[in-house]
Ligand binder design. Structure first.
Ligand SMILES: [Fe+2]
Length: 112
């Protein structure tokens, strides 16, 4: 279970980098709701910290199940519903830059 805990900490680090990158992209493409996106990320970071606190001490199946359920909700509710609102803004920015329609969106694959 220590390996799982290590992975969860790494996930938290990755999430923080992902949020920062996504907010940078949102600003660059002129997204009109960056503050809401930032607030949503702040709420997720707080929820993640609270979840980590629940994982303190002995890990059992119920704690792990609760954490996995949280991640599933996070992915569905945030990434699908909120992050996808950025897509037309990114596409518009890419169109203005002259990206051919058959190329992947550079904003989505650009390294940090
Ligand atoms: Fe996001």
């Amino acid at each position: 279970m220590d390996a799982l805990r290590t992975e969860l900490v790494e996930l938290g680090r990755y999430a923080k980098l992902h949020f920062e990158r996504e907010e940078r992209v949102a600003l660059e493409v002129g997204y009109n709701d960056v503050n809401r996106l930032h607030d949503s990320h702040d709420r997720l970071k707080l929820a993640l910290r609270l979840r980590y606190a629940e994982l303190a001490g002995t890990l059992d199946d119920a704690k792990v199940e609760g954490f996995v359920s949280f991640l599933r909700t996070w992915l569905i509710d945030h990434v699908i519903k909120e992050d996808m609102q950025l897509k037309p803004w990114i596409q518009g920015a890419e169109r203005r830059r002259g990206r051919p329609a058959n190329e992947p969106l550079r904003y989505m694959v650009r390294p940090l």
